[in-house]
Ligand binder design. Structure first.
Ligand code: ZN
Length: 676
């Protein structure tokens, strides 16, 4: 393995349109913090950079929705998140932001270098333009009907109902969310990074030279590369972002995926005039901590940019994590289904380490994982309190009782004592090996094994009994227990920095050098310790119930707000009467081959017998709906779906979970009865 002279640790730039939640922490910031602290303790030259990602369409959308400027949005969340990270002990050397001057200069410079080297291709495409608002529309600013499922509120890039990714020209009846008007297609020029050109190089660099990457990361890269890479646009028509530094590019900014990773470089520049040695010297180990949604940007696109630029190093590793769920449901900012860091710190003041511990212990390292409040409580009560806290407390209380707080001499050692002392070094090596391989759960478990070792040693040797018969023997036992305690302050420091700081205070010990771990003479005889407090406190059931109730209330609020979704613009009665809504009966129903959602229905409308293709296959079995009377819109313009001409649409009620239920007449009427 190559020895590196220095380390550059980056953590995914959180998007400045919302607060930080436990999913972010478990996936990115807790592991990056543990790794950084460990390297610092080893005396490595390491810097850790992060900051807010402040560009992109979601920020402009949020600003528009709230009637404020994008700058106001990013200022708000930059400050909130910066403070939350600091209070949580995340050890960044700098928390910068992509709206600052250094970043504009750096991003422009890199774009310009690639442009001058001819690394981009220029392409004119036709994109939707809002004539009333006088601007091109980003995909998210266009809404229309999803061609796959008929959802009328699909975005230009995605239908959130059926999950299909879309392009704006696929939408039926597209309209601008800015002015509401129907957009027109206009030509616009953009620059593209030809990822296909770098594909052979990327294949070798990742698939051959970085087989050691985590299987989830390697696998995702391989799948992208196997599918074949396409040129990706690096610019957008938008008024918020880093302007494209090329003549004639007015109204165009760098696409946020191009701009954001450069934020790591700008942050380093802001931190130190020596930034180049971290970014351009081959002896620097660059490690990107990210979540799985960012793998393609950090493993394929950013390296392709850096490689094309030519003077930068590439990441040595990208230990991306999968996603953390909350109480068996996907964490969602828009549904408020999350534990927000700033709220946790209000509800559990001074208990940063408990959350750090729980999140590391069940981190989604190779697959998605679940956070539950019950497990959080169990981790605290059964592990931190019962194992680590208990051992430390017994050791320090007995030392104060027996020796007035002075470390006793270690006398003659027995084989059991020697075995315990040797075990400390073995545990240190295991923690190291796991950390170097980015296996943080395993590393934490090993670190806790040191406290388990101490507990077992006390339980086996029973100093509280032996004190009556052999006080000399107890001095040896307590000396060794105190050495374990001192070792804990080093080995657990990367994981539990707040508690270990406390513990160091209680034992009057300030050594944080990792190389001292395993040493069994950290506390010398006669050294005095202080009276201890409680390292961890039990979490009671009612504290957990309160958190669960909070989530249940969120769920309830989400459900009751579902009815409000439909707020649409008023229409006239004339508009309504233009629609031919009538009853009909299903005569035949069959699945459309090679689709999961579509049924081909033969319908008797009272006027004619016709075909309607409907996206209800996941809600109704074909054989169960034959003969059923339904409601349809009969005069929708016919359109082809999977090669079948569909004439009309069946009326369905859809709840907030996307469940579809047929709208049927309450009593039998003849086919073709008008609904009005
Ligand atoms: Zn859809």
């Amino acid at each position: 393995m190559k020895n590196f002279k220095r380390y550059l640790i980056t953590s995914a730039l959180p998007y400045a349109n919302g607060p930080i939640h436990i999913g972010h922490l478990a996936g990115v910031y807790v592991p990056s913090d543990i790794y950084t602290r460990y390297l610092r303790m080893k005396g490595e030259d390491v810097i850790s950079v992060c900051g807010s990602d402040e560009h992109g369409v979601p920020i402009t959308l949020k600003a528009r929705k709230e009637g404020v400027t994008p700058q106001e949005i990013v200022d708000r969340y930059h400050e909130l998140n910066k403070k939350a990270f600091r209070e949580f002990g995340i050890a960044f050397d700098i928390y910068s932001r992509t709206s600052n001057k250094v970043h504009y200069e750096t991003a422009s410079e890199i774009f310009r270098t690639l442009y001058d080297k001819g690394e981009f291709i220029e392409k004119t495409t036709r994109q939707y333009f809002d004539v009333e608002a006088d601007c091109f529309l980003a995909d998210r600013y266009i809404m229309g009907t999803c061609p796959r499922c008929g959802n009328e509120s699909a975005y230009g890039d995605q239908c959130e109902k059926c999950g299909s990714s879309l392009s704006p020209d696929e939408l039926i009846n597209p309209h601008s969310t800015i002015s509401g008007s129907k957009p027109v297609l206009r030509e616009t020029l953009h620059w593209y990074l030809p990822l296909d050109k770098y594909e052979p190089w990327l294949k070798k660099w990742i698939l051959e030279d970085h087989k050691e990457w985590k299987p989830n990361v390697y696998g995702q890269c391989k799948s992208w590369l196997d599918q074949g890479l396409q040129p990706r646009a690096v610019s957008r028509d938008l008024d918020w972002g880093v302007p494209v530094p090329v003549e004639g590019a007015k109204g165009k900014v760098l696409y946020v995926w191009f701009d954001a990773p450069i934020g790591y470089i700008s942050a380093t520049k802001e931190l130190t005039p020596d930034w180049e040695k971290y970014w351009k010297d081959k002896d620097t180990k660059l490690v990107h901590f990210i979540g799985k949604d960012n793998i393609v940007f950090h493993c394929i696109m950013f390296p392709a940019m850096l490689n094309a630029e030519g003077s930068y190093i590439l990441p040595e590793n990208v230990p991306a994590n999968e996603f953390l769920n909350l109480e068996n449901e996907k964490i969602s900012t828009s549904r408020n289904w999350a534990v927000w860091l700033h709220e946790y710190l209000e509800d559990f003041p001074g208990m940063q380490d408990v959350l750090r511990y729980a999140l590391c212990a069940s981190a989604p390292e190779t697959k998605d994982n679940d956070f539950t409040w019950k497990e959080f409580q169990a981790r605290n009560n059964n592990e931190l309190v019962a194992i680590l806290g208990n051992f430390v407390n017994r050791t320090l209380v007995l030392t104060n009782n027996y020796y007035g707080g002075k470390i006793p001499e270690r006398g003659k050692t027995e084989p059991a004592d020697k075995a315990v002392m040797e075990e400390i070094t073995r545990i240190r090596t295991n923690v190291e090996n796991s950390l170097e391989a980015f296996r943080f759960r395993e590393a934490l478990k090993e670190a806790m094994n040191l406290a388990r070792l101490g507990n077992k040693y006390l339980a086996d040797s029973e100093p509280w009994k032996v004190i009556r018969t052999d006080p000399e023997r107890v001095k040896t036992i307590m000396n060794i227990s105190l050495q374990i305690t001192a070792n804990l302050t080093i080995i657990c420091e990367p994981f539990l920095p707040f508690s270990m700081e406390k513990l160091r205070g209680w034992i009057n010990f300030s050594e944080k050098n990792w190389s001292k771990a395993g040493n069994t003479n950290l506390l010398l005889p006669g050294h005095e310790i202080n009276k201890p407090g409680l390292l961890f406190e039990k979490i009671e059931d009612d504290q957990i119930t309160r958190q669960i109730d909070k989530l249940l209330a969120t769920k309830k609020a989400n459900e009751s707000s579902a009815g409000a979704v439909a707020g649409k613009v008023p229409v006239t009665f004339d508009d309504f009467t233009k629609m031919d809504i009538r009853t009909a009966t299903i005569l035949e129903a069959v699945k459309v081959p090679k689709t999961t959602k579509l049924l081909k229905l033969t319908i008797d409308t009272g006027l004619d017998i016709r075909t309607i293709v409907s996206g209800i296959a996941e809600h109704y079995e074909p054989e169960t709906i034959i003969g059923k009377q339904i409601s349809i819109i009969a005069n929708l313009e016919p359109r082809k779906i999977k090669g079948i001409e569909s004439k009309g649409m069946i009326l369905m009620a859809e709840d907030k979970d996307g469940k579809l239920v047929m709208v049927v007449p309450a009593g039998k009427v003849s086919n073709g009865s008008v609904i009005k």
